[in-house]
Design a protein around this ligand. Structure first.
Ligand code: NOJ
Length: 974
């Protein structure tokens, strides 16, 4: 008989999901997780006790020690509940004003996991040389600029203030609780006397009595609730270390909206989970999990976790990053419209919270980027269209799909292979029957400038005939079971499998060696690979089909003796980190890797792209995918997208068209589908849908200069590629909840993808008194200083895309089969004059594949238009030259090489068209400065609706023959 787990695997492969619903019973609710239940109970008791509630934690004042440079202090912390237990607190103020708060148990029975930050941070942050702590009678404080950090002694409370107003408060509600390590007592049954029923109005008295009689029970409850082992479904978690959870309240007294803590399928402005009539009754959960058929609106965990959030109001933004790798639940409530309370409950680990003072969203992005790194600048081709499905079944299949794209003149950059390419799901090893010629197949794809991406999952089939498993086993780098001995075994696609422990440094070089395309090893058919193959890391939560919550047992043991529970949320990031290093280092000099990961953590932005996993082919999933991608951007991981078309199901043509419209405005654009779905490649569609999708894909390629420029900006500043309204207009409260429209980088492109069936029009919110031009029709709309909704057409072939007045947008308009073939194509400049007659834009280019840009080999141009005395001057200059060594938002730019070889390769690339929108009148002459009259056409504007609305005037300048890499001026005389 087949084991049930295998049956489960097979049924996944063969069942078309008809009742699409998450299997909630596979995953815990807060009340099914002992530590979450205990944490929430503290908050319930605090709510009941009202003002009688006091945190038992206080600072041990005599122990305060300020370091010689004065920006760091350490002190002991005591809990009145456990006078014999010692805790240590440390606060550091970084050079940029970020405050790091660390608290750990000192000299405890065991050691709490304290390495989460070491995986997330890029380096040890620089401590301020100027900021000094001063201890007083009741508190110790450090003032810098307009900010001040205050640590109150009793009860312990940590606040970040700006302008004297509290912005972030830790333990203000007294929910801090670090469960110390203890020895298991042999059960003593003690029946507590039942407390007398409280009389009306006597609650306070009862509370006080209870507190005095048994303060521990009053604070943390009176049972050893799942302290020593815990059952869920058929699994028992042995919990050898006993209780070690951490609860902390973090409040934002002046911020009514919070964003972040991905990954959840929910609105961008996070709905409440606690307090009066919460939207969700469960807290947001961070526990990386393979959630089959996840819900489109839920605080449930998904595949990745980034414990970072922004708290926002019209006059301030502050941020929090909690470097914790264990399962964490976060309750969100509002004490008033203008303030937000959060309560973080983690299963294990130390308190390691970074308070990011802002005060603007852009400041927070820079502060967070200095901690965990800026997003990677991906290979340029990876911004093109990726065609995937589970599975292209043979090399002939791949060739046919490519041929059909070419026959239909549809652009595509990458073809993907899912797990069926691998012989018995032994990654690296080709299924030689169906893929007899992987090198030739890849070369055929590469002949058109294209790439392939092939999946490599983290589970290794347990058979000695599989070199990856055998070598990992011989090297002893596999995750161990709870006993700490031998190899943990679980089930995944490859049947009985084991998992590499990437926390073990001994696995690193070995893993990287597997990706060398030159190092031939006997018995390895992966050597039949080329450097045109890049990698997809899936199932790295890790997904274990027969494990608790479809993952690893928490008592599994990793390198250093840490339990899986301590590092669960970091685990997936290490896999994609090492894989991206492997792909980068397979050539000398290295080239930019592309690695897609499903699981992620804080810092994953340094390693590649993510996608939102197994979404359903529903309109709700299409819509929430946008919000999820925006939330990931907030947390640093901009290179994100959702499966176009929906992973499960067979989208009707209308839905598919809309999904492509959403997809081309995601940073990562990939169509993907479950093995049971019907083939749905764009060329298979009937007209008019086929033509629509072709136009949509071409639009993406036209806009690649915009995308690449935006990616390059985020790789320097950390400001996300997709910018929701509060990021662009932080002072406009009407935009705080807007999460279905957004800007692309600093380009001025505003998009509102349509995600509803049968739509023919939609409303778009314009936050400012500025003109916005419809990208296609040049219809001009005018916003208002207090914000305004406009109604726009949105028939199936139409996408609401606007250019914000004051922007210059560079595009490449020649249809090509793949993006590398566009390298020498000329540019079009769309000059969208703002209400004052000026405009500005940027273009960044480099070779798109190597790291030579880090040595100054790039082209970075600014275009500007100014109107004065009936003359519009359009000019361009070299930002590389101008801004060498300058810091953008505190992040130093790469050096610039004025004679750079890359610039020479595009030395002849010209501007072939300039379109100027919104000129006040017909020009009398249009010339390149110092040259002859150019060829141009002018269509006057048509006024409608008042205040400059209607159709914009359009001046089209044909082939001015100016070069992209040179300075020039075009003079338009009105
Ligand atoms: C799960 C992934 O989320 C999905 O995209 C993939 O197709 C399957 N695993 C098979 O590899």
């Amino acid at each position: 008989m087949l084991p049930w787990t295998l049956l489960g695997v097979l049924s996944l492969l063969i069942t078309v999901p008809d009742a699409l619903a998450v299997k909630s019973h596979d995953f815990k609710t807060c009340s099914q997780a002992g530590f979450c239940r205990r944490g929430r109970a503290i908050s319930a008791r605090a709510a009941e006790a009202k003002s009688a509630w006091k945190s038992p934690y206080s600072l041990d004042v005599p122990s305060i020690a300020i370091t010689p440079n004065k920006a760091v202090f350490k002190a002991g912390v005591k809990s009145s509940l456990y006078p014999d237990i010692k805790f240590g607190l440390e606060l550091r103020v970084h050079e940029d004003g970020v405050v790091r708060v660390r608290m750990d148990e000192v000299d405890g029975l065991r050691k709490r996991y304290d390495e989460a930050a070491s995986w997330a941070l890029i380096s040890e942050p620089q401590i301020s040389q100027e900021i000094t702590w001063t201890a007083g009678k009741k508190d110790i404080r450090a003032k810098y600029g307009n900010n001040e950090v205050v640590v109150a002694f009793q009860p312990l409370k940590i606040s970040l203030l700006r302008g004297g107003k509290e912005q972030v408060v830790l333990n203000g509600r007294g929910l801090l609780h670090m469960e110390h390590f203890r020895t298991k007592q042999v059960a003593e049954t003690k029946t507590e006397e039942a407390a007398p029923e409280a009389e009306e109005g006597a609650e306070q008295v009862v509370m006080d009595v209870a507190k005095e009689v048994n303060p521990r029970a009053w604070f943390e409850g009176d049972t050893e609730d799942d302290w020593w082992d815990e059952r869920f479904s058929t699994w028992t978690d042995t919990k050898p270390k006993g209780p070690e959870s951490l609860s902390i309240d973090i409040s934002f007294p002046n911020h009514g909206t919070i964003y972040g803590i991905p990954q959840h399928a929910t609105r961008l402005a996070l709905p409440t989970t606690a307090g009066d009539s919460p939207t969700f009754t469960e807290p947001y959960r961070l526990y990386n999990a393979d959630v089959f058929e996840y819900l489109a609106s839920s605080p449930m965990s998904l595949y990745g976790s980034i414990p970072v959030l922004h708290a926002h109001s019209a006059d301030s933004t502050v941020g929090i990053f909690h470097a914790v790798g264990s399962e964490t639940w976060i309750d969100v409530s509002h004490a008033s419209d203008k303030s937000t309370q959060t309560h973080w409950i983690s299963e294990s680990g130390i308190l390691d919270v970074f308070l990011m003072p802002g005060p603007t969203p852009a400041d927070i992005f820079a502060q967070y980027a200095r901690l965990t790194g800026t997003p990677v600048l991906p290979p340029h081709w990876s911004l093109g269209y990726h065609q995937c499905r589970w599975n292209y079944i043979s090399s002939e299949d791949v060739r046919t799909v490519q041929k059909r794209f070419d026959e239909e003149d549809m652009p595509v950059d990458v073809f993907w292979l899912d797990i069926e390419y691998a012989n018995e799901h032994k990654y690296f090893m080709w299924d030689e029957k169906n893929f007899p010629d992987p090198v030739e197949m890849t070369n055929d794809v590469a002949a058109n400038g294209r790439k392939m991406v092939v999946i490599v999952d983290p589970h290794l089939k347990r058979t000695d005939s599989y070199p990856a498993f055998k070598e990992a086993s011989d090297r002893k780098v596999l995750v161990k079971p709870a006993s700490g001995d031998g190899e943990y075994e679980g089930w995944c696609w490859s049947g009985s499998s084991s998992w590499i422990d990437f926390f073990n440094p001994n696995s690193w070089d070995w893993w990287k060696s597997l990706f060398k395309t030159t190092a031939l090893k006997s018995g390895w058919s992966w050597t039949l690979s080329t450097t045109d193959i890049h990698i997809w890391n899936d199932m790295n939560e890790p997904s274990v089909f027969n494990g608790p919550e479809i993952s690893m047992p928490r008592d599994n043991v990793h390198h250093g003796g840490w339990e899986h529970r301590d590092i669960h949320n970091i685990n997936g990031m290490l896999f994609s980190n090492l894989t991206s290093q492997a792909v980068r280092e397979r050539t000398d000099p290295p080239t930019r890797p592309f690695v897609l990961t499903r699981s992620f953590f804080a810092g994953s932005q340094r390693f590649g792209a993510m996608w939102t996993g197994d979404n359903l082919g529903t309109w709700e999933h299409m819509a929430v995918g946008i919000q999820m991608v925006l939330a990931n951007g907030i947390a640093g991981l901009s290179f994100a997208g959702s499966d176009v078309g929906g992973f499960f199901g067979n989208p009707e043509p209308e839905m598919l068209v809309r999904w492509y419209q959403v997809g081309i405005f995601n940073p990562f654009l990939r169509a993907h589908a479950h093995i049971d779905t019907k083939r749905r490649e764009p060329f298979l569609q009937e007209e008019p849908y086929k033509g629509m999708i072709k136009d949509i894909l071409r639009l993406r390629y036209t806009m690649l200069p915009v995308w690449y420029t935006a990616f390059r900006e985020t790789s320097v500043t950390g400001v996300p590629v997709l910018r929701p309204h509060y990021v662009v207009f932080p002072k406009d409260p009407k935009g705080f909840a807007v999460d279905d429209q957004y800007f692309i980088g600093s380009s001025g492109i505003l998009v509102k993808p349509i995600t509803t069936k049968g739509a023919t029009e939609t409303t778009v919110y314009l936050a400012e008194d500025e003109v916005y031009y419809d990208y296609f029709s040049h219809h001009v709309y005018r916003g208002a200083s207090k914000g305004k909704d406009i109604t726009v057409h949105a028939e199936l072939h139409e996408i609401p895309v606007f250019v914000r007045g004051g922007s210059i947008v560079p595009t490449r308009e020649r249809p090509r089969r793949s993006s590398p073939l566009m390298k020498l194509d000329p540019f079009t400049l769309r000059v969208a004059l703002g209400k004052t007659g000026s405009a500005r834009g940027e273009l960044y280019l480099d070779d798109g594949v190597s790291y030579s840009h880090e040595k100054g080999q790039f082209v970075w141009r600014e275009f500007s238009a100014e109107t004065a005395k009936k003359v519009v001057r359009l000019t361009t200059k070299n930002l590389g030259l101008e801004r060498v060594g300058e810091a953008v938002d505190g992040v130093a730019l790469a050096s610039y090489n004025p004679g750079n070889e890359f610039a020479k390769t595009i030395g002849e690339v010209r501007v072939e068209k300039v379109v100027v929108l919104g000129l006040a009148s017909k020009p009398t002459s249009v010339k390149v400065e110092g040259g002859n009259e150019l060829v141009w056409e002018y269509t006057p504007g048509v006024a409608a609706g008042g205040k400059g609305e209607g159709v914009a005037s359009v001046l089209t300048i044909k082939d001015p023959k100016v070069l992209i890499v040179k300075d020039w001026a075009i003079v338009i005389q009105l």
